[in-house]
Write a protein that binds this ligand. Structure first.
Ligand SMILES: [Zn+2]
Ligand SMILES: [Zn+2]
Length: 290
């Protein structure tokens, strides 16, 4: 795997209670791999459920931001370090989350759907929830929440946009198509496009046994056709060993979907870096901004 020059925008640390490795461990590994840039994107405090194995606490948040900032200064010139955060979209906590996000200094905010009306569908403890479920209702609700999240205007990028596939393959092994998803997917894409929200190509699916990125190629092409140009790539690492994993596949996936760039973020502003540039073993140059 040659990840030199690439960017990994989805890193979790031990702070969230279900990942291993500290901030500095990741930086050490990123330097070994020759990545140009990493973005920490740990789980924002969950407000609807206090579970120390799911997210950092409200009290941890300032420390997280401070420590990433401190590392950024310390490794300046060697590695570009961004501070992002992965925020769960839940209609019932949106107001409070928005208030908390107000005034935070962040490079990007990644929005995620991990809960469908209280069911944490990606959590291995609740995987039984897939059994006997109407799968059409599953993705319809998922895509509806994805679109609603975009329309909240609080997120820069939506993470792993077909993440309901995480455990679905155990009960429904047949591949899903755009025809299966129907108009609800395109409505979500329209919402994202009109609110200027980008999409993430997340490589954790290779480690989850689905042998694919989130989203599938077909869905990524639908994003491209729907006018979404902001695209980040990330491994969704929950341990240092996984840093950078699958990034080459993510790049190939982007090319197959006719993207010729990735997005990097600084102070919540998107900049495009051409894929040719990003795949060269050196620091990517910013090409143009939006
Ligand atoms: Zn996690
Ligand atoms: Zn996630």
């Amino acid at each position: 795997m040659d990840t030199r020059g690439l960017v990994d925008y989805h890193l979790h640390t031990e702070l969230c209670g279900h990942a291993r490795g500290g901030l500095e461990d990741y930086v050490g590994r990123a330097l070994e791999l020759g990545l140009a840039e990493v973005g920490f994107c740990d789980h924002f405090p969950l407000l609807h459920l206090k579970d120390p194995t799911l997210s950092m606490t409200v009290e941890d948040l300032p420390r997280y931001l401070r420590e990433v900032e401190e590392l950024r200064g310390r490794f300046s010139g060697m590695l570009e370090i961004r501070v992002g955060i992965e925020v769960d979209y839940l209609p019932e906590t949106l107001q409070q989350v928005s208030e908390m996000l107000e005034g935070l200094t962040l490079d990007y905010v990644m929005g995620s759907v991990h809960f469908l009306d209280g069911w944490g569908f990606d959590d291995p403890r609740y995987v039984d929830g897939y059994r006997g479920r109407d799968i059409r209702a599953l993705w319809e609700r998922y895509f509806q929440l994805l679109g609603d999240a975009a329309e909240s205007g609080k997120f820069d990028v939506m993470a792993h946009p077909d993440y309901f596939r995480r455990h679905l393959h155990h009960t429904h092994p047949e591949p899903l198509t755009l025809e299966d998803y129907g108009p609800i997917l395109f409505e979500a894409i329209d919402s994202m496009a009109s609110y200027g929200v980008g999409v993430e190509v997340n490589t954790s699916g290779y480690r989850h046994g689905i042998g694919d990125c989130y989203p599938s190629l077909e869905v990524l092409r639908a994003f491209k056709d729907g006018g979404i140009e902001t695209v980040t790539i990330g491994s969704d690492s929950h341990r240092v060993e996984d840093l950078g994993s699958g990034l080459e596949e993510a790049v190939a996936r982007l090319r197959s979907a006719s993207y010729d760039h990735i997005s990097i973020f600084e102070g919540r502003r998107n900049h495009f870096v051409s894929l040719d540039e990003a795949c060269r073993p050196r620091k990517p140059q910013i090409r143009f901004s939006t």
